[in-house]
Design a protein around this ligand. Structure first.
Ligand SMILES: *Cc1c(COP(=O)(O)O)cnc(C)c1O
Length: 810
């Protein structure tokens, strides 16, 4: 076991405090995640935006006693702790993991490549686990921080480690190589897409293969010529190529499975329970590894036939009686449970948080200790109630001192537990595959048929970080979550924003703010359209109105009496929408001086053409006017308010006008309105529906209302379950709009109906029930907007409330 003094040497650090004598058991890199305090060590990493050093005191309060820091910090109040000062906390974390790895003289498989890393890792784990005690990265923890945390899990029990590594720029793989120290490698493939971090395709390969510097053998596909050039001298290859070690003779597939015949010494025929190309490739990597290691054909085939799709995302779904379920039903180990519990504890929609878990299927010597840790994690995540399913959990039930129930099997639970007792709560459902927890999810979730909007919370985070990278660290950030967060769901989005510590939220109406407050959002909230009848609500829920004219401010003064309220003063500098004008300033100042209970929290204005260069001159004038008018107001105020002017495109185009705060809207939702940096943002949503029926149409027949669709020749059409009432505009009728299915675009034929639309699928392979993308990965919102002469804002906010939202994280 490595202790603090060893770490000081390994990381060449300076010991500032040495008052704690426990071991280093757990590594903590993010103060917001759940962790084991006793034996935990916190690495304070200062990024561009987040500075880990700010959280040391709060971690101390939670019981952490070991810290690694990068600068001098105030040590008062850290009695009984160890504190190490190093040049880089990240480097210290990596050095520690590397040292840990060196203690184990076992086989370690290192996996990298552009695609398929996580799937190959998960499948290999599934294949190896019946034969050997194995450990792997949780989810896709393959980064500079994720890899050290993954490798740290290694213990004396393990016979093989399976770790994936991902990089985004040169220099990174070298660091991961020394932590993983693979004895054998797998190179999955190399994507043709240009990665921003690399100069060339060749450089990308060269960097990735650095993972295999000391590996004795690397498994790869010989059919990739460039990869072959780099790995031929120490490779164990598979492929169609005649010189492949495992040679593919032929591949056949039907609707459910693929049969692949290979030659390796003699001929073998494997049946793979997938039909898509990517799964076949991923599977062949696994087969090649197993053959290379000498596993016999029958054992391999048995493992392969049990492989299942890897679900890498945690999904948040609406459930019965106002609840949500987090659906994570494919495996359950401690590291994965920790990640899922983090996701659960970010959800502030409900006070009550329940967890339904199965036995933990993981190789450990001390089961009791394992379940004690599970109990500790549940407590750290503030779980209200536990449902434990499985004989091990039954056996150790005394270890859990929260409200808990235990069942031997999943069907025991389903038969004996009244599911209607789940109400207004968030329920994490996490179980090992064999427990078939999908039955529980099915029983609890709100049924969704047809149309749904999927929202990728990781993409939201990516976009948030992009805009933050364009701001000075001290500039504050308000995020607009009006209009149901531009259609994406205000509660879920606000939750994520609160987790990422934005400074302010903005909504249009008091009711929107009230709903956020009732669901655990405690960030300050600005309300842009207050009305007299909403004042009581504003006051009760601590919402902060925008005041834009004398009428509203006088009503507010009358309402408040002696009470105080924070407000935001809106100035009209050229938008000509709402706001006080130049001639109003003197009277406004008078009023504010007389009524000190109106606390001016901020002064702001709005640019009319921030996204377009042709209006630059006008934007400059607006900014100048804003500065001079707000200066005049501020001279008379007793507290300094925040000033803010720019929206999303303004953040990108006018760094000089950020003032104290910026207001981010559309950019968070994946659209860069100035069009300069669209490639830095990720689309956050995907609207999809299904085919309800397929019909063969004869030449000359007409389709739909007003008989607008005309079959010019024999054709095949599909009716899909989306219409203008779902937000699929009627302007998409008659070929203006397209949808995407099974790799092809299909135009709308005839008029869009209220709940349904007909599309032309002539020449497209499709069956009833197939999924259809309306916008998302293949059809962009930008494209959809331009087809009907509108802006992406409208496409986003039009998706109606009856369309179910699904949120996920990878
Ligand atoms: C909606 C709104 C924003 C956000 O605008 P985007 O163009 O979506 O970034 C900013 N400020 C005000 C006053 C708004 O109403």
């Amino acid at each position: 076991m490595i202790n603090f003094n060893n770490l000081a040497k390994i990381a060449s650090g300076e010991i500032v405090l040495s008052e704690y004598s426990g071991d280093i058991k757990y590594l903590i890199t993010d103060s917001r995640k759940s962790f084991f305090a006793g034996g935990g060590i916190f690495f304070a990493i200062s990024g561009e935006r987040h500075d880990g050093h700010e959280y040391i005191k709060s971690l101390y309060d939670k019981g952490v006693r070991q810290f690694v820091v990068e600068r001098d910090i105030d040590i008062s109040g850290l009695e009984g702790s160890n504190l190490l000062k190093v040049r880089s906390s990240l480097a210290a974390l990596q050095a520690l993991a590397r040292k840990h790895r060196e203690q184990f003289n076992i086989e370690v498989i290192g996996i990298t490549g552009s695609n398929g890393k996580t799937i190959v890792k998960e499948w290999l784990f599934q294949l190896i686990v019946p034969h050997k005690r194995a450990v792997k990265n949780p989810h896709s923890y393959n980064s500079q921080i994720g890899v050290p945390l993954s490798v740290w899990q290694l213990n004396e029990q393990h016979e093989v480690g399976i770790f994936e590594a991902g990089i985004s720029e040169p220099g990174e793989m070298e660091k991961l190589e020394v932590i993983i120290q693979p004895t054998i490698g797998i190179f999955t493939n190399i994507g043709s897409a240009h990665d921003a971090g690399f100069n060339s395709y060749k450089q990308k390969i060269q960097e990735k293969v650095r993972l295999f510097k000391n590996a004795v053998e690397v498994i790869y596909c010989k059919d990739h010529e460039e990869v072959d050039q780099h790995l031929a001298n120490k490779g164990f290859s598979w492929g169609h190529h005649v010189d492949s070690d495992v040679r593919i003779i032929d591949v056949m597939h039907d609707e459910r499975e693929t049969v692949v015949n290979i030659r390796f010494g003699s001929d073998f025929s494997f049946r793979i329970p997938f039909v898509d190309k990517a799964s076949l490739e991923n599977c062949l990597h696994c087969i090649a590894y197993m053959l290379f290691k000498g596993y016999d054909f029958i054992a391999i085939q048995e493992g392969i036939s049990k492989l299942h799709k890897v679900h890498m995302r945690l999904e948040l779904k609406k459930a019965i009686h106002g609840s949500y379920v987090i659906d994570d039903v494919y495996n359950n180990d401690l590291a994965g449970l920790q990640i899922a519990l983090d996701f659960l504890s970010h959800q502030k929609q409900h006070e009550r948080k329940s967890v339904i878990i199965s036995d933990i299927l993981q190789s450990v010597s001390d089961q009791e200790k394992l379940y004690a840790q599970v109990s500790e994690l549940l407590k750290a995540a503030n779980v209200t109630k536990l449902v434990g399913i499985g004989s091990a959990l039954m056996h150790y039930k005394v270890l859990f001192d929260i409200e808990a129930e235990f069942y031997e099997t999943t069907s025991d639970f389903l038969q004996n537990h009244d599911l209607t007792t789940f109400r207004e709560e968030t329920i994490l459902i996490k179980g090992a595959r064999t427990f078939t927890f999908e039955k529980i999810v099915r029983a609890l979730e709100e049924k969704i048929h047809g149309t749904q909007l999927e929202i990728n919370l990781d993409a939201l985070t990516n976009n948030l970080n992009f805009f933050r990278s364009r701001m000075k660290p001290e500039t504050k950030l308000m995020v607009m979550v009006k209009a149901f967060a531009y259609g994406s769901g205000s509660l879920e989005v606000a939750n994520l924003l609160q987790f990422h510590r934005v400074d302010y939220l903005g909504v249009a109406y008091a009711d929107e703010g009230m709903i956020l407050r009732k669901n655990g959002i405690y960030l300050p909230i600005m309300v842009m359209n207050p009305s007299e009848d909403s004042f009581e609500k504003l006051y009760q829920y601590q919402l902060e109105p925008e005041v834009y004219n004398f009428n509203i401010i006088k009503q507010l003064i009358a309402f408040l009496g002696n009470r105080t309220m924070r407000v935001h003063i809106k100035l009209d500098t050229g938008m000509r929408r709402l706001g006080f004008e130049e001639g109003d300033i003197d009277s406004l100042v008078d009023l504010l001086e007389k009524h000190r209970n109106i606390e001016v929290k901020s002064i702001f204005s709005h640019l009319a053409g921030a996204d377009e260069a042709e209006h630059n001159q006008f934007s400059q004038e607006q900014a100048a006017k804003f500065k001079s008018l707000s200066d005049r107001v501020m001279k008379h105020l007793h507290r300094t308010p925040l000033r803010h002017l720019v929206n999303s495109p303004g953040i990108v185009r006018f760094p000089e006008f950020h003032f104290d705060m910026v207001r981010l809207g559309i950019g968070l939702y994946g659209l860069e309105a100035s069009k300069q940096e669209q490639h830095r943002l990720q689309p956050i949503s995907r609207l999809k529906t299904i085919i309800s029926q397929i019909k063969q149409i004869k030449k000359g027949e007409t389709i739909g209302y007003s008989r607008k669709g005309l079959a010019k020749s024999d054709m095949q059409i599909a009716t899909i379950a989306i219409g203008y009432a779902d937000g699929f505009s009627r302007a998409f009728s008659n070929g203006v709009g397209e949808v995407w299915l099974n790799g092809k675009n299909a135009p709308v034929i005839g008029n869009v109906c209220m709940d349904m639309t007909m599309i032309d699928i002539t020449g497209i392979d499709a069956v009833e029930g197939d999924e259809v993308e309306v916008f998302g990965e293949h059809l962009t919102i930008i494209d959809a907007a331009s087809r009907i002469n509108t802006i992406p804002y409208e496409i986003l906010t039009n998706v109606s409330q009856r369309v179910k939202r699904i949120y996920y994280m990878e």
